[in-house]
Ligand binder design. Structure first.
Ligand code: NAD
Length: 471
């Protein structure tokens, strides 16, 4: 990153503007101030929504291929700025730099994928008496509200399908990780007509006003189930459409025939990616009793090699917890886990600056303890013993969450049979958290409503419209 001071602005109606105040954005690796972010207020929020409302009819009338071309250009611009964007993501989220590049590359893939989608009309019926056609029309103004853990990927998976379908959008990043999204705003400004994409930031107080704004037609939200429930309640009053991508408590089931040594690195990745701060990482590991000891040992050995630290350092595999509030929450889970299970490795909070918890395995723990039943959203994995596969499936399904799950076995056909019985939006076999913007990411139970990513994610930003012509 260049040594010139970083300067961030809101994007409203095609202009980069100051907020009403600034807040310090903290680097979670050392608690230093990375930059000042502008913050908006309700007046600026209203300006952003009004700009989106004014721009929407002309944008919807722009040929879809041209809208797609803007997205293609945005993907190219992100590729050109990938180094700076990845560094911003590492600084504000704490994730190791190679994983920040991975997020920036997923953003490019998302732009490329949606830029090529089409929404052709379909003739349902045609004869001498009548023609019936089915169209996909835009919804209007979309409010996109984001969490702090994967800010840019979650932003683009809303922005790209929304604008391709002819909607305009107001994005609100999380208060502690707005910088990469504001940087994206600079790129957007040079490509899209004014008002099509707007970015407003806050201190955690503008989300409700955005959801309640009468000119907003749809809310696309990623975040906690608690906030998602509030959004659903307020959206009901004005009958806004909603897509909710919420909390998860993914179970992974290891069948007794797995090659433990071979899969251990993939389990570690699947559970501790982004230090466990991903909605769909493994949060409960169900292991057959025949391999329980071996699995605990192999995972502990793998984690003993792991380097934790500042994501800018080249050898670091695990970064910090992203913010102080989440750090406190994770420490609370850790303390309780000491009482309800046995720490195999990790479990430390190193002294000094930075929100670090060492990657932790907890064994001899079972359903009914908070670490198993709830989402810690940090680097702590409970390892639960099972004897009977039906029992493991029943325990995995007993959760009120249903985002992802996985089954691991040398026998892929058997694993697929078990996968079919698991209640989750995505079930992986012999992998976990393999995501791609072209593949739908559905939700179930209290993990959300609707679907993001893939073609199904695009259709969420459209209404069906039938035109029925009597000849
Ligand atoms: P959060 O719910 O606290 O906040 C998310 C966003 O909502 C922030 O931008 C916040 O400012 C805003 N917000 C807060 N109160 C609001 C209100 N009343 N109305 C509207 N908006 C409001 O979530 P978080 O702590 O930032 O993120 C962590 C959670 O997100 C975890 O539970 C994780 O599982 C979940 N998550 C889910 C997915 C998914 O795809 N399902 C992806 C990433 C994260």
């Amino acid at each position: 990153m260049s040594s010139k001071p970083m300067n961030f602005k809101l994007l409203i109606d095609g202009s980069m503007i100051d907020g009403v105040a600034t807040v310090d954005i903290i680097n979670p690796a050392d608690e230093s101030v990375i930059a000042q972010s502008p913050v908006g207020d309700e007046a600026l929020l209203n300006r952003a929504v009004e700009a989106a409302r004014r721009a929407q009819p002309a944008w919807a009338a722009t040929p879809l291929a041209e809208r797609g071309d803007c997205l293609r250009q945005l993907g190219v611009a992100v590729a050109e700025q990938e180094a700076e964007i990845a560094q911003l993501l590492t600084l504000e989220v704490g994730r190791p730099l190679p994983l920040a590049h991975y997020e920036a590359q997923l953003v490019q893939k998302s732009c490329a994928f949606y830029s090529e989608q089409r929404l052709d009309m379909e003739v349902l019926h045609e004869d001498e008496a009548m023609t019936v056609t089915l169209l996909r029309v835009p919804l209007g103004v979309v409010a996109a509200i984001l969490p702090w853990n994967a800010p840019l990927y979650l932003a683009i998976n809303k922005l790209a399908p929304a604008v391709l379908a002819g909607n305009t959008i107001v994005l609100k990043p999380a208060p502690t990780s707005p910088l990469a999204t504001l940087k994206l705003g600079e790129l957007v400004r040079d490509i899209f007509p004014p008002g099509v994409v707007n970015i407003i930031t806050d201190r955690n107080e503008l989300g409700a006003a955005l959801v309640n704004h009468p000119a907003v037609n749809k809310v696309a939200f990623t975040g906690s189930t608690v906030t998602g429930q509030k959004i659903l309640e307020s959206a009901a009053k004005s009958m806004k459409k909603v897509t909710l991508e919420l909390s998860g408590n993914d179970a992974a089931i290891l069948l007794p025939d797995v090659d433990v040594a071979a899969i251990a690195p993939a389990i570690i990745f699947g559970a501790f990616f982004n230090s466990g701060q991903i909605c769909a990482v493994i949060k409960r590991l169900y292991v057959h009793e025949a391999i329980y000891e071996q699995v605990c040992e192999a995972l502990a050995a793998g984690l003993s090699q792991a380097v934790m630290g500042n994501g800018m350092d080249p050898d670091v595999m695990f970064g910090p917890i992203q913010n102080a509030a989440q750090f406190e929450k994770v420490k609370g889970f850790l303390e309780e886990a000491r009482q309800t299970g046995k720490i195999v490795c990790g479990g430390e909070v190193p002294p000094g600056k930075g929100y670090f918890v060492t990657p932790t395995l907890v064994r001899d723990i079972s359903d009914g303890s908070r670490l198993v039943d709830e989402e810690p959203f940090g680097p702590i994995l409970p390892i639960i013993k099972y004897r009977d596969i039906d029992d493991a499936v029943a325990r995995a399904n007993a959760s009120s969450f249903g985002l992802g799950a996985s089954v691991w076995s040398a026998d892929t056909a058997l694993a697929e049979q078990v996968a079919a019985r698991l209640e989750a939006g995505t079930v992986w076999v012999n992998q976990h958290c393999a995501i791609d913007p072209s593949i739908p990411f559905p939700t179930s139970k209290k993990s959300g409503m609707g679907v993001e990513a893939g073609r199904a994610g695009l259709l969420e930003y459209t209404n069906l419209k039938v035109v029925n012509v009597k000849k």
